[in-house]
Design a protein around this ligand. Structure first.
Ligand code: ADP
Ligand code: MG
Length: 708
């Protein structure tokens, strides 16, 4: 079988697609035949036994099929202003047993979509109308069944069965994508063969892959609609298993390859670390102590260390990182610390240089925007082994940065970096030890999936004398109250953050509102200095502002989300987050972690712009708890997995089929099976199908050469 010509065939050549629709499909991530087969419906409708309209009851979600009797646009006037309000498009259908009216607000174009006598499907919540005289549906999903010249096969596709519903993109209708999926299956299904080793399929009693793909798209009649909609049929589970198993195999084999390699066996003598510890104004917490000892243990061993350190915001990861770098320097090697943003790299550099004032070590910083001639000098210093500790952004992994003796790599706030970058940095040394630090509160099982190739430990204790941050939800309109909170903290001599959301899509508008916000606040408090910081500023400008804020000259710092990770100013005790509903919970948690770092009571105000039920529910989680793990779990529950695990750039796996929350159990099984498989088999060379599956699901995420 030649896969090249089969599953990887461009979707364009599937019946019913063509060049135009293939562009639409590309927006959904469907480029090849394989992509289509693994693009699963997000819900199903049972159209095999459609309720008659006469039997519908209010407040039930239902599907009805009927013929269009009447369409109509209404523009009700406001009673007060007499101005026209929104346009309502009304559609009345009958199925012979009764009639029902559907209404859509502000979608007048629908008038052109529906024609009299069309057969249509409506899906939505059935309600009693205002007068109580009949039934209606508000903004239902719809599908027009009437075709120019339908084939009998097509009619069977869209009604009289359990029908799949796919996520759409503009220009593509449910019916079109369903037909496309159907022809994709017709063409592609024969190329599908199991990738998972037979013995595992048999021992877990998994259904065949082929059968599973068929059934998730066009379920056989005996499947329960509920199971389908939950994604918990045996067929769904099989697909989830494949996705997770291949991922775990990748991790397991990679890890195995790494364990075989010989690393550096460090011999730290404690002279720098004890010197630093004696100067610290605090004692390490026992959690910090425990993790540091673990690191020292790993460093001394001949295996290359690969360790993930999870520690909630404020748990004191930086000092542990620094101690480890000192232990590395004691052994005569160089250490590198990679941070995800320039702001953070700059801050680490300032802090660390400060702490090492009396210790004669050479500390350097390298970021993307440093002047080029300067950079050349720095890279020379790094190459010549004069630099003991190098702090930087991803500029560290650039080609012209060469380390003479790189022994330890620390990656801060890992969720921004991917495996590939990790590997790139690692190539700069001879199997250097690696520590990855993250504040993303990852439940342990999840950490195992995402970082299964790493050892994992947590700093599960905050430094003493921290009182939990008080979090308040505040409506945007209550501006005076907001200013009062700010004023109160300022009066106490404290400092304040005000954060605005910024996402790429709306970068311009977002930036403008942050700038306007900074102006407003300066006007409100003319006697003190407010500062503005955002990602578009020059590095030195930003450095200056950060420095002034740190030194207390700037009292109120307005920022876009650049402030999110790692920034540490203990005198800042109030965090105001504007438009809080636009942030994910994990992100809010990170932001909030910027306060509550000193001994005084800290506050976080979540400013709501729209008081929607959903967002209130989410934000209330923040008010209820400061425990990152609980927040992460809630976030997982509410949003599936996407947001919690960060954006696309995070480098974390993007699961297409798996919902980590729903499928935690399968994850466990897949992991167990994959790791025991890796115990028994040195390489995947005898399992070409599995190797292909790994490639299909995960592309070049894993280093196949290493896997063998
Ligand atoms: P994070 O884990 O979020 O990176 P940091 O390393 O920035 O946290 O530490 C947060 C703050 O706590 C810093 O101001 C740091 O100096 C302080 N800190 C770290 N360890 C301790 C400790 N054992 N006792 C008291 N304060 C500490
Ligand atoms: Mg940090």
């Amino acid at each position: 079988m030649n896969k090249e010509k089969d599953l990887s065939a461009p979707i364009q050549y599937i019946k019913g697609v063509g060049p135009f629709r293939s562009k639409l499909l590309a927006r959904l991530g469907i480029h090849t035949l394989r992509d289509a087969l693994f693009y699963l419906p997000y819900r199903y409708e049972d159209r095999s036994s459609i309720k008659k309209i006469v039997h519908l009851k209010p407040n039930e979600l239902n599907t009805v099929i009927g013929r269009v009797l009447n369409t109509n646009i209404k523009i009700p006037q406001s009673y007060i202003t007499k101005k026209p309000r929104l346009k309502i498009f009304e559609l009345t259908i009958s199925d012979g047993s009764g009639i029902i009216t559907a209404k859509w607000f502000n979608q007048p174009y629908l008038e052109k979509v529906f024609r009299l006598k069309d057969d249509v499907v409506l899906y939505g919540l059935v309600k009693l109308n205002y007068w109580g005289t009949g039934l209606e549906m508000l903004n239902p999903e719809y599908e027009i069944l009437t075709d120019e010249d339908p084939t009998p096969e097509q009619i069977n596709l869209h009604t009289g069965r359990i029908v799949p519903m796919y996520r759409l993109t503009e220009g593509l209708s449910q019916k079109q994508i369903r037909s496309i999926m159907h022809s994709a299956l017709n063409t592609g299904i024969s190329y599908i063969s199991d990738t998972i080793p037979m013995e595992i399929i048999q021992s877990l009693k998994l259904p065949a892959l082929k059968e599973s793909i068929e059934n998730v798209h066009f379920p056989s009649a005996d499947l329960s609609l509920e199971d389908l909609n939950r994604g918990s049929t045996v067929y769904h589970k099989r697909l989830v298993f494949d996705e997770l198993f291949t991922f775990q195999i990748g991790l397991a084999m990679m890890r195995k390859g790494e364990l075989k390699e010989k690393g550096i066996s460090f011999s730290p003598n404690g002279r720098f670390t004890s010197s630093l510890l004696s100067k610290l104004p605090f004692k390490l917490t026992s959690a910090q102590e425990k993790v540091f000892q673990q690191i020292i243990h790993d460093m001394k061993s001949t295996f290359p260390m690969n360790r993930l350190i999870q520690g909630d915001v404020g748990s004191g990861k930086t000092i542990v990182a620094l101690l480890s770098m000192l232990a590395c320097a004691e052994s005569g090697y160089q250490a590198a610390l990679m941070a995800p943003t320039e702001i953070l790299a700059e801050q680490h550099y300032i802090n660390i240089s400060n702490m090492l004032k009396d210790i004669s070590l050479n500390v350097q910083i390298i970021t993307g925007s440093k002047k080029m001639n300067n950079k050349k000098k720095i890279t020379e210093i790094i190459t010549n082994e004069q630099a003991d500790i190098v702090i930087g952004t991803h500029a560290l992994i650039q080609e012209n940065v060469n380390f003479e003796k790189l022994g330890l790599i620390i990656i801060d706030e890992q969720h921004r970096f991917g495996v590939i970058q990790r590997a790139a940095l690692r190539k700069k040394g001879l199997n250097p030890d690696t520590i990855v630090m993250t504040a993303t509160p990852i439940p342990r099982t999840l950490a195992l999936t995402l970082y299964g190739d790493l050892d994992y430990c947590t700093i599960d204790e905050l430094p003493p004398n921290r009182s939990p941050i008080i979090t308040i939800l505040l409506d945007k309109k209550k501006e005076n109250q907001r200013f009062k909170y700010i004023e109160d903290e300022i009066k106490k001599g404290r400092q304040v953050y005000i954060v605005y959301p910024l996402i790429e899509e709306f970068e311009k508008i977002d930036l403008e509102s942050a700038i306007a916000g900074a102006e407003d606040i300066q006007k409100k408090f003319p006697q003190l200095t407010a500062g503005l910081i955002h990602g578009r500023m020059k590095t030195d400008e930003r450095e200056l502002i950060m420095k002034k804020f740190k030194e207390g000259d700037i009292k109120i710092l307005v920022s876009t989300t650049v402030i999110e990770v790692g920034v540490d100013v203990p005198n800042a005790t109030l965090m105001v987050i504007m438009n809080a509903e636009r942030f994910g919970l994990a992100q809010l948690h990170q932001l909030r972690g910027r306060v509550g770092r000193g001994r005084s009571q800290s506050y976080c105000i979540l400013v709501q712009y729209k008081a929607g039920e959903d967002s209130r529910k989410r934000l209330n989680v923040m008010a209820r708890t400061t425990d990152g793990f609980i927040i992460a779990e809630e976030d997982l529950k509410i949003r599936g997995h996407g947001e919690f695990l960060g954006t696309k750039q995070s480098g974390l796996p993007e699961f297409k089929i798996t919902n980590l929350f729903r499928d935690a159990k399968i994850l466990e099984i897949a992991r167990k099976e994959a790791f025991s498989f890796a115990e028994k088999n040195t390489s995947l060379n005898n399992f070409p199908g599995l190797k292909e599956g790994l490639q299909d699901f995960w592309g070049d995420r894993f280093d196949l050469l290493k896997i063998g």
